[in-house]
Structures are given as C-alpha cells and as structure tokens.
Design a protein around this ligand. Structure first.
Ligand code: UD1
Ligand code: CA
Length: 447
C-alpha cells in the first residue's frame, strides 16, 4: 500500500531552552528532523509532509535541503499533536494510502521497525509503535485490552494505576490517511494540557469498532529528545551505535570511544582510525586508509591507501586520490590531490589542484584569498615545492617544476623550470664575530 509520511516538528520545545526550533538541534551533524525524515524515507513514501510552526522558515529550509519534494504545512499555533497532524490534511487531499505519523524529535526509529508497522496495518486499522520503558517517565502509556490496544493515556492525565504501566507510546502511528483525518476531527482538548492529543485517536477508533495493535521496538529506537540532557544522551547513543557499525564493517579503531562520526560518514574496510578523530558531515573514506590521531575531516573524500594526520584537517571539497599523504598541521580545503602526492607538514592548501607524486614542502601556503576574491593554484605532476613557499594565486606550476625554499611565487612556473623568488644571500666575512664583541662589550659596561 502507498504510504505518506507526516512528520511533526512545529512544537516550541520549551524544555530545550533555545532560540532554535527543537527539531533542528543536531545529532551527529544533522538536525533531528532529518534523522526522522531519513528513517521514514526507507518506506519510499509517495508524499512527505513536515508540519512546521515554531521557527517554520528555518524548519522548512532544513527539510527541503534534505528532500526538495517535501511539502511543508504550517501549524501557526501549537495546539497539540492531533491539531498538528490536521494541518497535513490539504497536502494529503486525494491520497488513498496509509499515513505514517513520525515525531521530529524522535530520531532513531529503524526502517525495519517502520516496515513491521506497515505489515501490521494489513491486519489492524490502527498501528502504534510502543516500547517497554525501563523508566517510563513522562511518556504516554499504552493501555491494552487483551490483544487489542484500547487507548493511550498521557502521563499528565494518567492515574497512579495507569502510570504503573511500562508499555509506552513512541509517537509513531500508522493508519489509513482518510481514517486519520476523520478520527482527528473527533479529538477534543479536555485534558490536563488543554491540547488536542493525537494519542486520543486510539480510544476514538476503538469506540467506532476499529481494531488497534502495538508493534514493539527497543527503547533505544524511540528515545524522544525534549531537553539538552536528552540531546546529549541521544548523541552518545548514536555514536556508540556508529562505532559498533564501523567495527562490524571491518574498520579498526584503537580507541573507539574517542572517535566521533557524522550521520552520513562512510568508512571502508580495513581502514584504521586512531584515537580522537572527528568526522563532520559528508565524509567518505575508502578501504585501507589510515586516519591518524587528532584529525578532523568534513566534506571530503579520502581514497584507498591514503594516510591522514596526525593532527590534519580536511575541509569541504578536499578530494584525495589513492596513496596520498597529508601530515601533521596540514589544512586542505577545496583541493584535489592526485595519487601519491605528499603534503606532509605545516601547510595550507586551499582552492588548488596538485598533480600525481608531487611533493609539497613543509610550511607551503597557497595564498588563495586577496581579501575579496578566492583564486586557484594549479600544480602539475612530479612537482617539488620547496619548504616555506608562498604560492600567490592565481598561479600554476607545470609538471616537474621546482620552487626554491622560501620563495614567494607570483608568476606561473613552466614545466621543468626551477623558480627561485627570494633575496640573494650575501655572506659578510668575519662580520658576526665583530658584531658579537661589540654587543658583549656594551653589556659589560651595563648600558
Ligand atoms: C508525545 C506523545 C506521547 C509519547 C511521546 C513520545 C502526544 C499527545 N503525546 O509526547 O504519548 O509518549 O510523544 O516521545 O502526542 N508538535 C507539533 N505541534 C504541536 C505539538 C507538538 O508539531 O502542537 C510536535 C513537536 O514538535 C514534536 C512532536 O510533535 O516533534 C511531539 O510533541 P511533544 O510536545 O514533544 O510531545 P510529548 O510530550 O513528548
Ligand atoms: Ca517529545
């Protein structure tokens, strides 16, 4: 059956104590909302509606950055989760399949779990994702009657007896879209919060003779983030899972607890990651690379056999071919480094391309920025750039060219040429000795 996703993200998130809408707080470098959208995308939905309200413009931007086809529905006043779902009605007009409601503050639902829900929909009118909570806290409680889900009671409205129930509501609900909007019309706001609760649709559905059931999942999947402490817990949980997944995929990590992944990091088999490495978004490391300690990578691609760090920084647009070496205190941004090239010490390479097997000496800087514009540095293959060369872009060095150490290169260097651009050395015979004597004499006189 065709599926439409409704992802709720209009809430203010009072307990975050933040100017940023709650669902835009990031886990592993991506807004929580995007995590929720990613889980839902695994069902290959026909339509996706994100309900935004608090900070709607920002929420819309983040949602569309991930999926340009998403529809954003506005809930201008946050009157509760049922009212929020109601805002998706127009976007789903004429849609005849199942609607799956996800909460934007619940980032870890696995695609397999959502698939189990759509399967359960074949035999039940309403399917709720539930979990056994070790500490049920403020979650809504699922009240069962034999094998049917009878109703959901919110913590605020629950009796002591109901609060003792440990089967909790994750917030994810699957029901035929048309039925969903009918049920929502019947929801009132006569409860402790004075809100229209989506959770009330279960009791209403049952009173109408519809069937309802619970699909259970692990508590870790349904972790809802409502505060900074819960955000930190969610981040820790994500990292723990990402580390295990990487090791299962054949990555060696000497100190996994000190390595931080982004939501989309890809690391190939037999790559070694040393301690204290941080991955920002959009990094791919191929098989058999080595990322040495204290390196920071984002928006880059590292090919097979390359060795990065220790203490290296790869920024967006760093594209490293096979067997490249990038050593300590080297920063690379928007630059392509061809196979076997080496940038081993204390360099900045930005807006550049470096040909195969070239060697970039210690302290080399591509001076790419004139204060207004960025300029390109092009270095051919088999080039030897002497230590402490300033390459004032735009500039290019032909194949097998060389630069003398300490040169400031402002003009192109043809292939095979040696460019030396520094003051000529002048040795003054015996001058140092005479100068020392003079200085020591002055010190002895105390002046
Ligand atoms: C909700 C559930 C609760 C469940 C818990 C799981 C209801 C009434 N309660 O409680 O049973 O155990 O999630 O985490 O649904 N939102 C809107 N518009 C609104 C209100 C909320 O878009 O008017 C969005 C929020 O941005 C958030 C989601 O809906 O993404 C959930 O809202 P929240 O207020 O966090 O609900 P909980 O109290 O956590
Ligand atoms: Ca919540």
């Amino acid at each position: 059956m065709a599926t439409a996703l409704i992802i709720l993200g209009a809430g203010m998130g009072t307990r975050m104590n933040s100017d940023l809408p709650k669902v835009l707080h990031a886990i592993a470098g991506a807004p929580m909302l995007v995590h929720a959208m990613k889980s839902g995308a695994a069902l290959d939905p026909e339509r996706t509606v994100v309900v935004a309200g608090h900070g709607a413009a920002q929420v819309e931007k983040a949602a569309k950055a991930y999926d340009p086809d998403v529809t954003v529905a506005i809930q201008s006043e946050q009157k509760g989760t049922a009212h929020a779902v109601g805002q998706a009605r127009d976007a789903l007009a004429g849609f005849d399949g199942d609607a799956l409601v996800l909460y934007g503050d619940t980032p870890f639902i696995r695609p397999e779990t959502l698939a189990a829900m759509t399967a359960a929909r074949l035999t039940h009118d309403v399917v709720v994702l539930g979990f056994e909570a070790a500490d049920p806290g403020r979650y809504g409680r699922l009240i069962m009657q034999d094998d049917q889900l009878d109703r959901i009671v919110e913590f605020k409205d629950a009796s002591d007896e109901e609060r003792a129930v440990t089967l909790c509501n994750s917030g994810v609900i699957a029901v035929k879209a048309k039925a969903l909007f009918d049920l929502i019309d019947a929801v009132g706001s006569d409860n402790a919060a004075g809100e229209y609760y989506l959770t009330d649709i279960i009791g209403i559905a049952r009173a109408r003779g519809m069937s309802a059931t619970v699909v259970r999942c692990d508590e870790a999947e349904t972790l809802g983030v409502n505060s900074r402490a819960e955000l930190a817990r969610a981040e820790a949980l994500f990292q723990q899972n990402a580390r295990h997944a990487a090791m299962d995929d054949g990555v060696t990590m000497t100190a996994p607890d000190t390595v931080f992944f982004a939501h989309d990091t890809v690391v190939g088999r037999d790559t070694i990651i040393e301690p204290n490495v941080v991955f920002g978004p959009d990094v791919t490391v191929e098989s058999g690379a080595t990322i040495r300690a204290f390196s920071h990578l984002e928006g880059c691609h590292v090919s097979r056999g390359s060795v990065i760090g220790p203490y290296a920084r790869l920024r967006p647009g760093a594209e490293l071919a096979e067997d490249v070496k990038v050593g300590n205190f080297v920063e690379i941004k928007n630059a392509r480094i061809d196979a076997g090239a080496k940038v081993n010490h204390l360099s900045y390479i930005g807006d550049a391309s470096i040909g195969a097997r070239s060697n970039i000496g210690a302290g080399t800087i591509t001076c790419n920025y004139d204060g207004v514009f960025k300029h390109q540095t092009t270095i051919g293959a088999d080039v030897f750039v002497g230590s402490n060369t300033m390459l004032v872009a735009p500039v290019s060095l032909g194949d097998a060219a060389m630069t003398g150490s300490g040169s400031v290169i402002t003009r192109d260097v043809p292939a095979g040429d040696l460019a030396v651009a520094r003051a000529r050395q002048d040795n003054k015979a015996g001058f140092a000795l005479r100068l020392f004597e003079k200085l020591k004499a002055r010190k002895a006189k105390g002046s």
